[in-house]
Design a protein around this ligand. Structure first.
Ligand SMILES: Nc1nc2c(ncn2[C@@H]2O[C@H](COP(=O)(O)OP(=O)(O)O)[C@@H](O)[C@H]2O)c(=O)[nH]1
Ligand SMILES: [Mg+2]
Length: 481
């Protein structure tokens, strides 16, 4: 391992300590990480969270609000100048005025809220202030932790081995073809390196677009480049038939240097500067889409959960992961978009996520932090209703499907409301893993965000949600007492 790495790690420990002690002296601060794979609902969650804190109102399961102890929350300048600000105002306007979901984002962003509240304790009373820093970052980047412990040769081999998995042959064929034509000992050639890297990226993209639908093969920035899109730092790829060491002027030598540079300049700084500093973490999971895509997607999702738990290093005895372990003492896994189901299925969705997470916790020997699960909708786009199928009454949801969505033989125009029977999750969550849900048998059209009307005094209305208040209580409730 290069020395610079160790030095920077030591520096980060010193900084973390200085930060923690200055926090104690100056202002209690809580850093909340929001992560999840692409489209899992991070932007919508973060927008709704800020909205509910700023527009204080009763949220039954969020004690500080329910007890009327939230006095004021306002947006203040964020602590890290080098991280883009989370564009809350833009996302909120898009949701409530245009009724469009926020535009998708692929990079890290941050937001600071200053929350003034009334203490609830019997021995501590009076006003308190909490600085809440919310950091939204792509879950794909967590997959890179696996690379830190790996050398270029080992990474190449395991990635190529990954193509042998059931169902991957056709997806991998074009990339494996390109690999056959590449000689690791051949001359160092930029054009060849780029061709190899492009073929590899095409393979990764095809994996995600395929039936697995979940991305678990690193490097994370190849899946979600953020501000590194198009950068030469991402121009590398595995090679086949590698020896243990590579001549510096060979193709393998170049690839190895790039691989190591990626780890040192991209992966390590992310874990050190952002991930490691998180106090509480929410991991959003689109369980419903995986269930609908079939057992392969669910299995792939389980693997993604393993990777997340390993990166959170709750309990595993590894030198490297220990160095990057965040100080997070509470981790919440949340199945998002629960508003696609009737509320009678919300507990089933939660039970399924709990099963997936507890299996992952056993596999990764997780211990230490408090881990919770919840099925939620950050923004509830539907209402509950019943539809009749002959003499049978089915529990359904109704909302406005987005223009172009198709259910059965109906294509929606984006303005018409419709009641849709989404199907039901099985009562026994284990049966989902055995393939009890026929792929494509559930109906989850994309709904437009709900209509939010101002209240009688003309103040902006509240975004409806499902169990978001429970998530807030788990993540920050105890720091507002
Ligand atoms: N019905 C519903 N859809 C949601 C909800 N949260 C997210 N979505 C959908 O999921 C998409 C992706 O959400 P987004 O927050 O942008 O995901 P990100 O990539 O993780 O930031 C949105 O455009 C919505 O279509 C929710 O609470 N309810
Ligand atoms: Mg986003």
């Amino acid at each position: 391992m290069p020395l610079t790495d160790l030095a920077s790690r030591a520096g980060s420990a010193v900084r973390a300590f200085a930060e923690a002690s200055s926090d104690l002296l100056l202002q209690p601060t809580l850093r909340l990480g929001v992560t999840g794979l692409a489209r899992s609902g991070k932007t919508v969650f973060t927008t709704a969270l800020i909205h509910h804190l700023v527009e204080t109102h009763a949220l039954p399961a969020f004690a500080p609000a329910q007890e009327g102890r939230l006095r004021r929350a306002r947006l203040v300048p964020q602590p890290d100048d080098d991280v883009p600000r989370f564009p809350f105002e833009e996302h909120f306007a898009s949701l409530t005025e245009a009724r469009h979901w926020p535009r998708s984002t692929d990079r890290i962003s941050q937001f600071r809220l200053e929350i003034e509240y009334e203490r609830a304790g019997s021995w501590r009373s009076g006003p308190g202030t909490l600085m809440l820093d919310v950091v939204d970052y792509p879950g794909e980047w967590l997959l890179d932790l696996a690379l830190i412990e790996s050398g270029y040769t080992a990474w190449s081999r395991s990635t190529i081995n990954g193509t042998r998995r059931a169902g991957r042959a056709a997806t991998a064929a074009p990339w494996l073809d390109t690999l056959k034509g590449l000689d690791p000992n051949g001359p160092l050639d930029e054009v060849v390196a780029e061709r190899a890297s492009n073929a590899f990226k095409t393979y990764l993209a095809a994996l995600r677009a395929g039936p697995e639908a979940v991305a678990t093969t690193p490097p994370g920035r190849f899946l979600m480049p953020g501000d590194l899109a198009g950068s030469p730092a991402l121009t590398f790829a595995p090679l086949d038939g590698l020896a243990e060491t590579h001549a510096p002027d060979s193709l393998a030598g170049l690839m190895e240097r790039r691989f190591e540079a990626y780890k040192a300049k991209v992966v390590v700084p992310f874990f050190r500067d952002h991930f490691q500093r998180v106090d509480r973490q929410i991991v959003l999971v689109d369980v419903l889409s995986a269930v609908d895509a079939g057992p392969t997607a669910v299995a792939e999702l389980e693997e993604a959960l393993d990777a997340v738990l390993l990166s959170l290093n709750i309990g595993r005895n590894s030198f490297f992961s220990k160095l990057f372990a965040p100080r997070a003492d509470k981790i919440l896994f949340a199945a998002t978009k629960a508003d696609h189901l009737h509320q009678t299925s919300h507990d089933r969705l939660d039970a399924l996520l709990r099963l997936l997470v507890s299996r992952a916790m056993r596999r990764t020997e997780a211990a230490g932090a408090r881990v919770g699960t919840v099925a939620l909708a950050s923004v509830r786009a539907t209402r509950e209703t019943t539809v009749h199928d002959g003499s049978e009454a089915l529990r359904a949801v109704s909302g406005t499907p987005e223009a172009g969505e198709v259910v059965g033989d109906e294509r929606f125009d984006g303005t018409t409301e419709a009641a849709i029977f989404p199907g039901e999750l099985p009562a026994r969550p284990e049966s989902v893993l055995d393939g009890a849900v026929e792929p494509g048998s559930l109906r989850f059209p994309r709904f437009r965000p709900p209509i939010v009307r101002p209240d009688a005094l003309g103040r902006p209305g509240h975004l409806p949600q499902i169990r978001l208040d429970r998530a807030m209580q788990f993540l920050i409730g105890d720091r507002l007492t």
